[in-house]
Design a protein around this ligand. Structure first.
Ligand code: ATP
Length: 471
Protein backbone atom coordinates (compact mmCIF):
# COMPACT_ATOMS: atom_id res chain seq x y z
CA UNK A 1 0.00 0.00 0.00
CA UNK A 2 1.32 3.44 -0.87
CA UNK A 3 0.84 6.00 1.87
CA UNK A 4 -0.37 9.22 0.34
CA UNK A 5 1.16 12.08 2.31
CA UNK A 6 -0.28 15.54 2.04
CA UNK A 7 2.09 18.20 0.76
CA UNK A 8 2.68 20.85 1.90
CA UNK A 9 1.93 20.56 5.59
CA UNK A 10 -0.38 23.58 5.35
CA UNK A 11 -3.28 23.85 2.90
CA UNK A 12 -3.15 25.71 -0.42
CA UNK A 13 -6.43 27.49 -1.22
CA UNK A 14 -7.35 27.96 -4.90
CA UNK A 15 -9.83 30.80 -5.45
CA UNK A 16 -11.45 31.39 -8.84
CA UNK A 17 -15.06 31.79 -9.97
CA UNK A 18 -14.40 29.50 -12.98
CA UNK A 19 -14.87 25.97 -11.69
CA UNK A 20 -13.16 24.50 -14.80
CA UNK A 21 -10.00 26.55 -14.13
CA UNK A 22 -9.99 25.39 -10.49
CA UNK A 23 -10.16 21.79 -11.68
CA UNK A 24 -7.37 22.07 -14.21
CA UNK A 25 -5.13 23.99 -11.77
CA UNK A 26 -5.70 21.28 -9.13
CA UNK A 27 -4.68 18.58 -11.61
CA UNK A 28 -1.52 20.49 -12.58
CA UNK A 29 -0.55 20.96 -8.94
CA UNK A 30 -1.30 17.37 -7.96
CA UNK A 31 0.91 16.19 -10.81
CA UNK A 32 3.69 18.33 -9.33
CA UNK A 33 3.20 16.66 -5.93
CA UNK A 34 1.28 19.57 -4.35
CA UNK A 35 -1.85 17.80 -3.14
CA UNK A 36 -2.93 19.58 0.07
CA UNK A 37 -5.50 21.65 -1.82
CA UNK A 38 -8.79 23.42 -1.10
CA UNK A 39 -10.95 24.96 -3.83
CA UNK A 40 -13.27 27.93 -3.55
CA UNK A 41 -15.35 29.43 -6.39
CA UNK A 42 -17.10 32.10 -4.33
CA UNK A 43 -14.87 34.93 -3.12
CA UNK A 44 -17.30 35.70 -0.24
CA UNK A 45 -16.25 32.47 1.47
CA UNK A 46 -12.49 33.05 1.43
CA UNK A 47 -12.11 34.70 4.83
CA UNK A 48 -14.25 32.14 6.67
CA UNK A 49 -12.24 29.32 5.01
CA UNK A 50 -9.04 30.91 6.26
CA UNK A 51 -10.48 30.96 9.77
CA UNK A 52 -11.49 27.31 9.78
CA UNK A 53 -8.62 25.67 7.87
CA UNK A 54 -4.84 25.70 8.27
CA UNK A 55 -4.05 27.56 5.04
CA UNK A 56 -0.54 28.84 4.28
CA UNK A 57 -0.91 29.90 0.64
CA UNK A 58 -3.76 31.33 -1.43
CA UNK A 59 -3.79 31.25 -5.25
CA UNK A 60 -6.16 34.08 -6.12
CA UNK A 61 -7.95 35.23 -9.27
CA UNK A 62 -8.54 38.97 -9.66
CA UNK A 63 -11.70 39.26 -11.74
CA UNK A 64 -14.49 37.66 -9.73
CA UNK A 65 -18.13 38.55 -8.94
CA UNK A 66 -19.18 39.58 -5.39
CA UNK A 67 -15.79 40.55 -3.91
CA UNK A 68 -13.04 41.38 -6.41
CA UNK A 69 -9.63 39.70 -6.06
CA UNK A 70 -7.75 42.84 -5.03
CA UNK A 71 -10.21 43.45 -2.23
CA UNK A 72 -9.81 39.84 -1.04
CA UNK A 73 -6.04 40.32 -1.22
CA UNK A 74 -6.33 43.44 0.93
CA UNK A 75 -8.49 41.59 3.49
CA UNK A 76 -6.01 38.70 3.70
CA UNK A 77 -3.08 41.11 4.10
CA UNK A 78 -4.88 42.84 6.98
CA UNK A 79 -6.42 39.87 8.78
CA UNK A 80 -3.95 37.06 7.95
CA UNK A 81 -0.60 38.66 7.12
CA UNK A 82 1.10 35.28 7.75
CA UNK A 83 -0.59 33.76 4.66
CA UNK A 84 1.16 34.16 1.29
CA UNK A 85 -0.94 35.10 -1.74
CA UNK A 86 -0.10 34.46 -5.38
CA UNK A 87 -2.27 36.15 -7.98
CA UNK A 88 -3.16 34.02 -11.00
CA UNK A 89 -5.09 36.37 -13.23
CA UNK A 90 -6.46 36.53 -16.77
CA UNK A 91 -5.25 40.15 -16.86
CA UNK A 92 -1.88 40.57 -18.51
CA UNK A 93 -1.41 44.14 -17.29
CA UNK A 94 1.68 45.56 -15.64
CA UNK A 95 -0.39 48.03 -13.56
CA UNK A 96 -2.53 45.30 -12.03
CA UNK A 97 0.59 43.24 -11.25
CA UNK A 98 2.32 46.23 -9.64
CA UNK A 99 -0.80 47.12 -7.66
CA UNK A 100 -1.14 43.51 -6.39
CA UNK A 101 2.50 43.34 -5.32
CA UNK A 102 2.08 46.68 -3.52
CA UNK A 103 -0.89 45.22 -1.67
CA UNK A 104 1.34 42.39 -0.45
CA UNK A 105 1.02 39.60 -3.06
CA UNK A 106 4.02 37.25 -3.10
CA UNK A 107 3.96 36.82 -6.90
CA UNK A 108 1.81 37.44 -9.97
CA UNK A 109 1.17 35.08 -12.89
CA UNK A 110 -1.05 35.35 -15.94
CA UNK A 111 -3.29 32.35 -16.56
CA UNK A 112 -1.50 31.59 -19.82
CA UNK A 113 1.89 31.21 -18.08
CA UNK A 114 3.63 27.91 -18.88
CA UNK A 115 2.77 25.18 -16.41
CA UNK A 116 6.38 24.64 -15.32
CA UNK A 117 6.97 28.30 -14.50
CA UNK A 118 3.73 28.50 -12.58
CA UNK A 119 4.41 25.38 -10.48
CA UNK A 120 7.99 26.53 -9.82
CA UNK A 121 6.64 29.89 -8.58
CA UNK A 122 4.15 28.10 -6.33
CA UNK A 123 6.88 25.77 -5.02
CA UNK A 124 8.99 28.86 -4.22
CA UNK A 125 6.16 30.37 -2.19
CA UNK A 126 5.61 27.04 -0.38
CA UNK A 127 9.31 26.80 0.51
CA UNK A 128 9.29 30.35 1.80
CA UNK A 129 6.24 29.62 3.97
CA UNK A 130 7.83 26.39 5.23
CA UNK A 131 10.98 28.24 6.24
CA UNK A 132 8.92 30.90 8.00
CA UNK A 133 6.95 28.29 9.95
CA UNK A 134 10.11 26.33 10.83
CA UNK A 135 11.83 29.48 11.94
CA UNK A 136 8.86 30.33 14.15
CA UNK A 137 8.78 26.81 15.64
CA UNK A 138 12.53 26.88 16.26
CA UNK A 139 12.37 30.25 18.02
CA UNK A 140 9.53 28.99 20.22
CA UNK A 141 11.45 25.85 21.19
CA UNK A 142 14.67 27.75 21.86
CA UNK A 143 12.87 30.34 23.99
CA UNK A 144 11.17 27.74 26.14
CA UNK A 145 14.04 25.21 25.96
CA UNK A 146 11.32 22.73 25.28
CA UNK A 147 11.15 19.33 23.56
CA UNK A 148 7.75 18.12 22.42
CA UNK A 149 8.72 14.48 21.87
CA UNK A 150 11.65 13.72 24.19
CA UNK A 151 10.96 9.97 23.88
CA UNK A 152 12.13 10.03 20.25
CA UNK A 153 15.66 10.79 21.48
CA UNK A 154 15.81 8.07 24.13
CA UNK A 155 18.52 6.11 22.27
CA UNK A 156 20.77 9.14 22.06
CA UNK A 157 22.56 9.40 25.39
CA UNK A 158 23.69 12.98 25.94
CA UNK A 159 23.62 16.00 28.19
CA UNK A 160 25.38 18.25 25.72
CA UNK A 161 23.67 21.63 25.14
CA UNK A 162 24.77 21.40 21.50
CA UNK A 163 22.95 18.09 21.08
CA UNK A 164 19.89 19.49 22.85
CA UNK A 165 19.82 22.39 20.36
CA UNK A 166 20.02 19.85 17.52
CA UNK A 167 17.01 17.96 18.97
CA UNK A 168 15.06 21.22 19.09
CA UNK A 169 16.01 21.99 15.51
CA UNK A 170 14.93 18.50 14.39
CA UNK A 171 11.57 18.98 16.04
CA UNK A 172 11.03 22.28 14.29
CA UNK A 173 11.72 20.79 10.83
CA UNK A 174 9.93 17.52 11.61
CA UNK A 175 7.13 17.90 9.09
CA UNK A 176 9.10 19.52 6.31
CA UNK A 177 9.31 17.67 3.00
CA UNK A 178 12.67 19.18 2.19
CA UNK A 179 15.83 17.08 2.49
CA UNK A 180 17.97 17.04 5.61
CA UNK A 181 21.77 16.88 5.47
CA UNK A 182 23.46 15.32 8.52
CA UNK A 183 27.20 15.96 8.79
CA UNK A 184 29.64 14.78 11.41
CA UNK A 185 32.72 12.64 11.85
CA UNK A 186 32.42 8.91 11.61
CA UNK A 187 30.75 7.37 14.68
CA UNK A 188 29.10 10.57 15.96
CA UNK A 189 25.59 9.10 15.69
CA UNK A 190 24.38 10.30 12.28
CA UNK A 191 22.30 7.21 11.73
CA UNK A 192 20.60 7.64 15.13
CA UNK A 193 19.79 11.24 14.21
CA UNK A 194 18.32 10.15 10.85
CA UNK A 195 16.11 7.67 12.69
CA UNK A 196 14.97 10.35 15.17
CA UNK A 197 14.17 12.73 12.26
CA UNK A 198 12.10 9.99 10.67
CA UNK A 199 10.26 9.16 13.89
CA UNK A 200 9.50 12.84 14.45
CA UNK A 201 8.10 13.28 10.95
CA UNK A 202 5.00 11.30 11.90
CA UNK A 203 5.12 9.62 8.48
CA UNK A 204 3.63 6.18 8.54
CA UNK A 205 5.84 4.73 5.81
CA UNK A 206 9.13 3.00 6.71
CA UNK A 207 12.66 4.33 7.12
CA UNK A 208 14.73 2.76 4.34
CA UNK A 209 18.51 3.07 4.62
CA UNK A 210 21.02 2.67 1.83
CA UNK A 211 24.77 3.13 2.02
CA UNK A 212 25.76 4.52 -1.32
CA UNK A 213 29.54 4.32 -0.89
CA UNK A 214 30.91 2.17 -3.68
CA UNK A 215 27.70 2.07 -5.77
CA UNK A 216 28.45 2.86 -9.41
CA UNK A 217 25.95 4.96 -11.32
CA UNK A 218 23.99 2.02 -12.78
CA UNK A 219 23.68 0.22 -9.47
CA UNK A 220 22.72 3.49 -7.77
CA UNK A 221 19.92 4.11 -10.32
CA UNK A 222 18.73 0.51 -10.16
CA UNK A 223 18.79 0.47 -6.33
CA UNK A 224 16.85 3.71 -5.96
CA UNK A 225 14.62 3.80 -9.01
CA UNK A 226 14.13 0.08 -9.74
CA UNK A 227 13.77 -1.30 -13.26
CA UNK A 228 11.29 -2.63 -15.73
CA UNK A 229 11.39 -6.13 -17.05
CA UNK A 230 13.87 -6.35 -19.93
CA UNK A 231 15.60 -3.06 -18.98
CA UNK A 232 18.99 -4.84 -19.19
CA UNK A 233 20.31 -8.35 -19.73
CA UNK A 234 19.20 -10.44 -16.80
CA UNK A 235 16.29 -8.17 -15.81
CA UNK A 236 13.74 -10.94 -16.24
CA UNK A 237 11.20 -9.27 -13.98
CA UNK A 238 10.50 -5.70 -13.02
CA UNK A 239 11.62 -4.56 -9.57
CA UNK A 240 10.58 -1.58 -7.46
CA UNK A 241 13.38 0.64 -6.21
CA UNK A 242 14.01 1.78 -2.65
CA UNK A 243 12.21 5.09 -3.30
CA UNK A 244 9.02 3.11 -3.78
CA UNK A 245 9.78 0.99 -0.72
CA UNK A 246 10.14 4.20 1.30
CA UNK A 247 6.81 5.63 0.03
CA UNK A 248 5.15 7.67 2.75
CA UNK A 249 8.31 7.35 4.82
CA UNK A 250 11.98 8.33 4.62
CA UNK A 251 14.84 7.31 2.35
CA UNK A 252 18.15 7.68 4.18
CA UNK A 253 21.18 7.89 1.89
CA UNK A 254 24.34 7.36 3.94
CA UNK A 255 27.83 8.39 2.74
CA UNK A 256 26.43 10.90 0.24
CA UNK A 257 29.93 12.39 -0.17
CA UNK A 258 30.86 9.32 -2.23
CA UNK A 259 28.12 9.83 -4.83
CA UNK A 260 29.46 9.79 -8.39
CA UNK A 261 28.96 12.85 -10.60
CA UNK A 262 26.50 10.96 -12.85
CA UNK A 263 24.42 9.84 -9.85
CA UNK A 264 24.49 13.39 -8.45
CA UNK A 265 22.59 14.55 -11.56
CA UNK A 266 19.95 11.86 -10.98
CA UNK A 267 19.54 12.73 -7.32
CA UNK A 268 19.25 16.44 -8.15
CA UNK A 269 16.49 15.72 -10.66
CA UNK A 270 14.65 13.65 -8.09
CA UNK A 271 14.85 16.45 -5.52
CA UNK A 272 13.87 19.17 -7.99
CA UNK A 273 11.04 17.45 -9.81
CA UNK A 274 10.00 14.89 -7.20
CA UNK A 275 9.94 12.40 -10.11
CA UNK A 276 12.12 9.58 -11.36
CA UNK A 277 12.22 7.01 -14.15
CA UNK A 278 12.70 3.31 -13.34
CA UNK A 279 15.41 1.89 -15.66
CA UNK A 280 13.95 0.98 -19.04
CA UNK A 281 10.77 3.00 -18.49
CA UNK A 282 9.73 6.26 -20.11
CA UNK A 283 6.91 6.86 -17.64
CA UNK A 284 7.92 8.94 -14.67
CA UNK A 285 6.96 7.94 -11.13
CA UNK A 286 6.34 10.40 -8.32
CA UNK A 287 8.43 10.04 -5.19
CA UNK A 288 6.50 9.91 -1.90
CA UNK A 289 9.62 9.64 0.25
CA UNK A 290 11.39 12.30 2.24
CA UNK A 291 15.14 12.25 1.64
CA UNK A 292 17.71 12.41 4.45
CA UNK A 293 21.41 12.21 3.59
CA UNK A 294 24.51 11.91 5.74
CA UNK A 295 28.24 12.24 5.30
CA UNK A 296 31.40 12.27 7.38
CA UNK A 297 33.13 14.24 4.64
CA UNK A 298 33.37 17.98 4.24
CA UNK A 299 30.75 18.42 1.53
CA UNK A 300 31.29 22.15 1.29
CA UNK A 301 34.97 21.54 0.52
CA UNK A 302 34.00 18.86 -2.06
CA UNK A 303 31.69 21.39 -3.64
CA UNK A 304 34.46 24.01 -3.78
CA UNK A 305 36.87 21.46 -5.29
CA UNK A 306 34.32 20.59 -7.99
CA UNK A 307 33.77 17.03 -6.72
CA UNK A 308 30.21 17.73 -5.62
CA UNK A 309 27.65 19.69 -7.64
CA UNK A 310 26.99 23.09 -6.18
CA UNK A 311 23.24 23.02 -7.08
CA UNK A 312 22.83 19.63 -5.38
CA UNK A 313 24.76 20.79 -2.33
CA UNK A 314 22.48 23.80 -1.87
CA UNK A 315 19.37 21.63 -2.39
CA UNK A 316 20.58 19.19 0.26
CA UNK A 317 21.53 21.71 2.88
CA UNK A 318 18.15 23.46 3.13
CA UNK A 319 18.09 21.75 6.54
CA UNK A 320 21.49 20.91 7.94
CA UNK A 321 22.60 19.26 11.16
CA UNK A 322 26.25 19.30 12.20
CA UNK A 323 26.95 16.71 14.88
CA UNK A 324 29.79 17.62 17.25
CA UNK A 325 32.65 15.14 17.65
CA UNK A 326 32.84 13.32 20.99
CA UNK A 327 35.90 15.36 22.02
CA UNK A 328 33.73 18.48 21.61
CA UNK A 329 31.13 17.16 24.09
CA UNK A 330 33.23 15.62 26.82
CA UNK A 331 30.40 16.15 29.28
CA UNK A 332 28.78 13.11 27.61
CA UNK A 333 31.67 10.76 28.43
CA UNK A 334 30.60 9.67 31.95
CA UNK A 335 27.00 9.08 30.74
CA UNK A 336 28.13 7.11 27.70
CA UNK A 337 30.60 5.12 29.81
CA UNK A 338 27.80 4.01 32.15
CA UNK A 339 25.42 3.41 29.25
CA UNK A 340 27.79 1.17 27.29
CA UNK A 341 28.99 -0.67 30.42
CA UNK A 342 25.37 -1.54 31.22
CA UNK A 343 24.69 -2.53 27.61
CA UNK A 344 27.84 -4.67 27.36
CA UNK A 345 27.25 -6.35 30.72
CA UNK A 346 23.72 -7.26 29.65
CA UNK A 347 24.88 -8.69 26.32
CA UNK A 348 27.66 -10.69 27.99
CA UNK A 349 25.51 -11.74 30.95
CA UNK A 350 27.97 -10.21 33.40
CA UNK A 351 27.49 -7.89 36.35
CA UNK A 352 28.05 -4.23 35.65
CA UNK A 353 31.57 -3.62 37.06
CA UNK A 354 32.70 -0.51 38.90
CA UNK A 355 35.61 1.44 37.45
CA UNK A 356 38.49 3.53 38.82
CA UNK A 357 37.67 7.18 39.43
CA UNK A 358 40.45 8.17 37.00
CA UNK A 359 38.80 6.39 34.05
CA UNK A 360 36.48 9.25 32.90
CA UNK A 361 39.46 11.60 33.26
CA UNK A 362 41.67 9.36 31.19
CA UNK A 363 39.00 9.07 28.50
CA UNK A 364 38.47 12.81 28.44
CA UNK A 365 42.13 13.25 27.55
CA UNK A 366 41.87 11.00 24.52
CA UNK A 367 40.73 12.57 21.23
CA UNK A 368 38.53 9.66 19.96
CA UNK A 369 38.96 9.78 16.18
CA UNK A 370 36.25 7.08 15.90
CA UNK A 371 33.97 8.98 18.28
CA UNK A 372 31.14 7.15 20.05
CA UNK A 373 31.51 3.99 17.98
CA UNK A 374 35.14 3.77 19.15
CA UNK A 375 34.19 4.39 22.79
CA UNK A 376 31.55 1.67 22.56
CA UNK A 377 33.99 -0.84 21.04
CA UNK A 378 36.58 0.03 23.67
CA UNK A 379 34.18 -0.58 26.54
CA UNK A 380 32.84 -3.82 25.06
CA UNK A 381 36.42 -5.02 24.56
CA UNK A 382 37.46 -4.05 28.11
CA UNK A 383 34.47 -5.84 29.59
CA UNK A 384 35.02 -8.98 27.55
CA UNK A 385 38.55 -9.23 29.03
CA UNK A 386 37.59 -8.15 32.51
CA UNK A 387 37.59 -10.70 35.35
CA UNK A 388 37.54 -8.86 38.73
CA UNK A 389 34.84 -6.63 40.20
CA UNK A 390 36.65 -3.43 39.21
CA UNK A 391 37.38 -2.58 35.57
CA UNK A 392 41.12 -2.21 35.05
CA UNK A 393 42.60 1.07 33.89
CA UNK A 394 45.18 -0.92 31.95
CA UNK A 395 42.68 -1.67 29.15
CA UNK A 396 42.54 2.06 28.43
CA UNK A 397 46.08 3.31 29.09
CA UNK A 398 47.27 2.62 25.55
CA UNK A 399 44.91 5.37 24.34
CA UNK A 400 47.05 8.16 25.71
CA UNK A 401 50.16 6.59 24.21
CA UNK A 402 48.40 6.45 20.85
CA UNK A 403 47.52 10.12 21.13
CA UNK A 404 51.06 11.04 22.09
CA UNK A 405 52.30 9.48 18.84
CA UNK A 406 49.96 11.58 16.70
CA UNK A 407 51.32 14.67 14.98
CA UNK A 408 49.82 17.78 16.57
CA UNK A 409 47.92 18.63 13.36
CA UNK A 410 46.05 15.30 13.48
CA UNK A 411 44.32 16.02 16.75
CA UNK A 412 44.07 19.78 16.80
CA UNK A 413 41.68 21.54 14.46
CA UNK A 414 43.49 24.83 15.11
CA UNK A 415 47.28 24.38 15.30
CA UNK A 416 49.09 26.20 18.09
CA UNK A 417 49.79 29.74 16.97
CA UNK A 418 51.94 32.47 18.45
CA UNK A 419 51.00 36.09 18.22
CA UNK A 420 53.62 37.63 15.89
CA UNK A 421 53.26 40.95 17.72
CA UNK A 422 54.29 39.44 21.07
CA UNK A 423 57.82 38.33 22.00
CA UNK A 424 58.32 34.55 21.59
CA UNK A 425 58.07 32.73 24.95
CA UNK A 426 61.29 31.10 26.13
CA UNK A 427 61.61 27.31 26.37
CA UNK A 428 61.51 27.57 30.16
CA UNK A 429 58.23 29.52 29.98
CA UNK A 430 56.74 26.97 27.57
CA UNK A 431 57.87 24.15 29.82
CA UNK A 432 56.03 25.62 32.77
CA UNK A 433 52.90 26.48 30.68
CA UNK A 434 52.72 22.92 29.34
CA UNK A 435 53.06 21.41 32.78
CA UNK A 436 50.28 23.64 34.13
CA UNK A 437 47.98 22.79 31.21
CA UNK A 438 48.61 19.04 31.58
CA UNK A 439 47.80 19.22 35.29
CA UNK A 440 44.63 21.14 34.54
CA UNK A 441 43.52 18.56 31.96
CA UNK A 442 44.40 15.72 34.33
CA UNK A 443 42.52 17.34 37.18
CA UNK A 444 45.82 17.53 39.14
CA UNK A 445 46.40 13.80 38.81
CA UNK A 446 50.20 13.75 38.42
CA UNK A 447 50.56 10.29 36.89
CA UNK A 448 47.98 11.17 34.22
CA UNK A 449 49.57 14.58 33.60
CA UNK A 450 52.96 12.89 33.17
CA UNK A 451 51.45 10.53 30.59
CA UNK A 452 49.92 13.45 28.71
CA UNK A 453 53.33 15.11 28.60
CA UNK A 454 55.06 11.88 27.57
CA UNK A 455 57.44 11.96 30.58
CA UNK A 456 57.76 9.84 33.71
CA UNK A 457 56.09 10.82 36.95
CA UNK A 458 59.44 11.47 38.78
CA UNK A 459 60.43 13.74 35.88
CA UNK A 460 57.18 15.68 36.31
CA UNK A 461 57.70 15.95 40.10
CA UNK A 462 61.17 17.34 39.51
CA UNK A 463 59.84 19.97 37.13
CA UNK A 464 57.08 20.88 39.57
CA UNK A 465 59.59 21.36 42.38
CA UNK A 466 61.57 23.64 40.10
CA UNK A 467 58.55 25.56 38.82
CA UNK A 468 56.75 25.79 42.17
CA UNK A 469 59.61 25.86 44.72
CA UNK A 470 57.27 26.94 47.56
CA UNK A 471 55.02 23.81 47.29
N1 ATP B 1 24.63 9.60 21.79
C1 ATP B 1 24.67 8.26 21.66
N2 ATP B 1 24.18 7.48 22.62
C2 ATP B 1 24.24 6.13 22.52
N3 ATP B 1 24.78 5.48 21.48
C3 ATP B 1 25.29 6.21 20.49
C4 ATP B 1 25.24 7.64 20.51
N4 ATP B 1 25.80 8.10 19.39
C5 ATP B 1 26.19 7.02 18.69
N5 ATP B 1 25.89 5.89 19.34
C6 ATP B 1 26.22 4.51 18.92
O1 ATP B 1 27.49 4.59 18.27
C7 ATP B 1 27.52 3.78 17.11
C8 ATP B 1 27.79 4.64 15.90
O2 ATP B 1 26.68 5.47 15.64
P1 ATP B 1 26.15 5.76 14.16
O3 ATP B 1 26.23 4.53 13.32
O4 ATP B 1 24.84 6.44 14.25
O5 ATP B 1 27.30 6.76 13.69
P2 ATP B 1 27.52 7.43 12.26
O6 ATP B 1 27.85 8.86 12.52
O7 ATP B 1 26.35 7.13 11.38
O8 ATP B 1 28.82 6.67 11.74
P3 ATP B 1 29.37 6.50 10.22
O9 ATP B 1 29.72 7.86 9.71
O10 ATP B 1 30.58 5.66 10.39
O11 ATP B 1 28.28 5.84 9.44
C9 ATP B 1 26.18 3.06 17.07
O12 ATP B 1 26.33 1.83 17.73
C10 ATP B 1 25.27 3.98 17.85
O13 ATP B 1 24.19 3.28 18.41
Amino acid sequence: MINQTLYPEFGVLLVDDEASFLRSLSITLERAGINHLYRCDDSRQVISLLQTHHIGLVLLDLTMPHIAGQQVLQMIAEQHPEIAVIIISGLNQVESAVESLKLGAFDYFVKTTEEDRLTEGIRRAIRMQELRLENQALTQRMMHNHLEHPGVFDDIVTRSPQMRAIFQYLESIAHSNQPVLICGESGTGKELIAKAAHDLSGRNGPLVTVNIAGLDDNVFADTLFGHQRGAFTGADRSRAGLIEEAAGGTLFLDEIGDLSMASQVKLLRLLQEGEYYPLGSDRPKRSQARIIVATHQNLQQHQQDGRFRRDLYYRLCIHQVMLPALRQRKEDLPLLLDHFLTQAAKEMSKNVPSYPAELPLLLSNYHFPGNIRELRALIFDALSRHRSHMLSLESFRHLLEQDAELPVSACEEVPVQFNPEQPLPTLAMMDSLLVEEALRRADNNQSMAARLLGISQPALSKRLKKNRPDQ
